[in-house]
Design a protein around this ligand. Structure first.
Ligand code: MG
Length: 334
């Protein structure tokens, strides 16, 4: 019997499962609220309006330059709460583990999850583990539900966006998509690009008191262009992006040129796209640029009346419509 790998018996409710939960999950995630004997836990009620979000994580490979599935899962949930104007408070974690996964790897990913959760002051209050048969899972899938408390001055929403609003991004786009793609070593390509996977909480906190802030979203799957399409659809107005203004790392441009990808559709995992009244655009930019996470923040476009389209303004004054994403060129990116 290989005792360095996950067996089906780790999911059967017996001794191995108990030892796995104690030795990895409780060891890393344990806290006074996490009671593994209880069927449900009572939570102290935080002061303020509660927000909830849930997300599943299936990234392949499980580790990539700049992160792993553990930290990625925390960032994904923290970022959805952060862009809604909330601070994370609690989360639950459900882990689907594939038979054969190295136990040392599982330990590393759960340690990484715990570290990221601690950094964002998000307490794991409930959890579950299941083991699926070899070939039925991608090594490890994580499903996380997060609860936060609203701290923004006003509720943010796409319905608040009006023509003339500025569109700002907190950093370069597409880094996560290309970093994960390179980590797969497909197409014989490799490189040193790191994923942008990170908590955007410091960025969100820096601007959420501005009454002129209309809306924030973290561009993940589908990238910047998909957020722009969501804004266009919801507002009925057009989102104009200035091609030369969108921050892109040279490695991202190089891979996109080579493989014919559009960088605007590539996933980010640590960026915010914000719509803000023009009078507050400078405030958002300077506050973000003062943070290590926001050094490359840029004003990348504006909202134009009507049309409901996403338009890319090219350097020569030309315009082209960016259609919605049809087929995801990079599945299992998050
Ligand atoms: Mg999101």
């Amino acid at each position: 019997m290989d005792d360095t790998r996950i067996l089906l018996a780790h999911g059967n409710g017996g001794r191995l499962m108990r030892e796995l939960i104690a030795g990895i999950f409780v060891r890393h995630l344990g806290n006074p609220l996490l009671d593994t004997d209880a069927d449900a836990v009572a939570l102290p009620q935080p002061d303020g309006e509660l927000l909830v979000t849930t997300d599943g994580f299936t990234v392949e490979p499980l580790e990539f330059p700049g992160g792993d599935i553990g930290s990625l899962a925390v960032h994904g949930v923290v970022n959805d709460l952060a862009v809604a104007g909330a601070d994370p408070v609690y989360c639950t974690l459900s882990a689907l583990i594939e038979e054969g996964l190295e136990i040392a790897k599982l330990d590393r990913y759960i340690a990484s999850f715990a570290r990221a959760a601690r950094q964002n002051r998000m307490t794991v209050v409930a959890g579950d583990t299941k083991v699926v048969r070899r070939g039925e899972g991608g090594g490890l899938y994580l499903s996380v539900t997060g609860v936060g408390v609203r701290r923004a001055a006003a509720p943010l929403g796409m319905n608040r966006i009006v023509p003339g609003d500025a569109v700002i991004v907190s950093g370069s786009v597409g880094d996560h998509g290309i970093a994960v793609m390179l980590a797969r070593e497909q197409f014989g390509l490799s490189g040193s690009l790191r994923s942008d996977s990170a908590s955007v909480l410091p960025l969100a906190r820096a601007v959420r008191d501005l009454p002129e802030l209309r809306f924030m979203r973290d561009p993940t799957r589908g990238g910047l262009a998909t957020v722009a399409h969501e804004i266009a659809r919801a507002s009925g107005h057009s989102v104009l992006l200035e091609q030369h203004a969108v921050p892109l790392r040279p490695e991202v441009v190089a891979v996109c040129d080579m493989l014919g990808y559009d960088p605007y559709f590539l996933a980010c995992e640590g960026r915010i796209v914000a719509a803000v009244a023009p009078s507050a655009a400078e405030a958002v930019l300077s506050r973000w640029r003062a943070l290590p996470e926001g050094g490359d923040a840029a004003l990348i476009g504006r909202i134009e009346t009507g049309g409901g389209r996403v338009i890319l303004e090219t350097g020569l004054g030309g315009r082209r419509v960016i259609d919605e994403l049809e087929d995801d060129p990079l599945p299992r990116i998050c």
